[in-house]
Design a protein around this ligand. Structure first.
Ligand SMILES: NC(=O)C1=CN([C@@H]2O[C@H](COP(=O)(O)OP(=O)(O)OC[C@H]3O[C@@H](n4cnc5c(N)ncnc54)[C@H](OP(=O)(O)O)[C@@H]3O)[C@@H](O)[C@H]2O)C=CC1
Ligand SMILES: Nc1nc(=O)c2c([nH]1)NC[C@@H]1CN(c3ccc(C(=O)N[C@@H](CCC(=O)O)C(=O)O)cc3)C=[N+]21
Ligand SMILES: [Mg+2]
Length: 301
């Protein structure tokens, strides 16, 4: 069929619009009942054009969700001390409930030190070691936005988390921001989880066993049709800018045109995981504000 594409495409943009609208409602209620507007601080160091696009999207969505958002732009050559002083100021600012430092940071700034310095209860990226530990222990509160976005898309696609039980999920990539936390979430949803990476042998054969295949690699269109079991659900996390016919365009880690012929469902790039990542950031900021309100009021039950 000519528009087979459109039948099995999972619309991340539409899901993200619904999630942001839902967050906006909850923010309005919080404002009425607690007289608090959740605040999100986004810190960007240097002027990487892609980072600027993502940060711009975050600020735009925060407005739609009714959050207060503030962007802090530091120069490329800012020192570790200057960055850390800003983080400490934001940690101590009661109007700021969520802090996000856009990664990667320019050399020689230490990402690990910055991530550890952010107060765990304001860590809306879920990257702080305390939140990573809580995720692995199943006591999570602030979960990394991209993995959470992937899980929500799968839940919606399968009409609930119960349907994920027993499915074989293969995650390509083992980064701290996507692959590893996503594998944890899928494990908690009772999937059988395999993680494959650059040292994996015979990766195609492993991927072809997946009921759910998730690509978070950073290699344009690496995953081809012959890597995918017919009927599998494919989630494409990759965001790669390539040049095609002299124009810049965005492609995922999956070859959408060929894989969509065999997958039962597939997320596009753009319009898939990216918008859901940003929507989850809004949800995390709301959740962080709620937790901070509860902690500041010892008699609340
Ligand atoms: N949509 C969104 O919201 C987001 C999208 N992204 C995108 O997702 C992709 C992955 O991001 P991120 O996790 O940060 O990337 P990283 O570069 O941190 O990690 C990539 C992972 O892929 C593995 N890998 C690299 N090449 C291959 C290969 N040829 N075969 C198998 N595995 C391979 C690496 O293996 P090894 O560990 O052995 O090096 C590594 O584990 C990127 O395209 C990024 O832009 C990222 C974050 C959010
Ligand atoms: N501290 C931190 N937290 C992050 O969550 C984080 C980060 N640093 N650094 C970079 C990655 C990447 N990431 C994206 C978010 C949204 C889109 C997005 O909105 N994508 C749109 C297209 C955007 C475009 O046009 O370029 C889409 O896929 O439809 C993409 C990528 C978050 N990351
Ligand atoms: Mg990375």
């Amino acid at each position: 069929m000519s528009d087979r594409y459109h039948e099995n495409r999972i619309d991340g943009k539409a899901m993200a619009d619904r999630l942001v609208a839902d967050v906006a409602k909850q923010v309005a209620t919080l404002k009425q009942t607690e007289h608090v507007i959740p605040g999100l601080a986004v810190v960007i160091v240097g002027d990487d054009p892609a980072s600027k696009v993502y940060v711009g999207n975050k600020i735009k969505r925060a407005k739609e969700a009714g959050l207060n958002s503030i962007k802090y732009e530091l120069p490329e050559n800012c020192t570790q001390d200057e960055l850390e002083q800003l983080i400490e100021r934001l940690n101590n600012d009661a109007d700021v409930h969520g802090i996000l430092v856009q990664l990667p940071l320019p050399k020689p700034l230490s990402e690990a030190r910055v991530i550890e310095l952010i107060s765990a209860e304001k860590d809306v990226d879920g990257f702080h070691p305390q939140n990573v530990g809580r995720l692995v222990a199943g006591q999570h509160s602030l979960v990394p936005c991209t993995p959470l976005g992937c899980l929500i898309m799968l839940r919606e696609h399968f009409h609930g988390e119960a349907a994920l039980s027993g499915k074989h999920a293969v995650v390509i990539g083992r980064s701290n921001i996507v692959g590893k936390p996503l594998a944890q979430l899928l494990l908690q949803a009772n999937c059988t989880v395999s993680i494959v990476h650059s040292r994996t042998r015979d990766i195609e054969t492993l991927c072809r066993q997946a009921d759910i295949l998730i690509a978070a690699v950073g290699r344009p269109q690496l995953v081809e049709k012959n890597w995918v079991k017919p009927g599998a659900v494919v989630i494409d996390v990759g965001i790669n800018a390539i040049e095609s016919d002299g124009a810049r365009k965005l492609v995922g880690d999956v070859d959408f045109a060929s894989v969509s012929q065999v997958a039962s469902a597939i997320t596009p790039v753009p319009g898939g995981v990216g918008p859901m990542t940003i929507a989850c950031l809004m949800q995390n900021t709301l959740n962080a504000a709620r937790m901070q309100i509860q902690h500041s009021d010892p008699i609340r039950t």
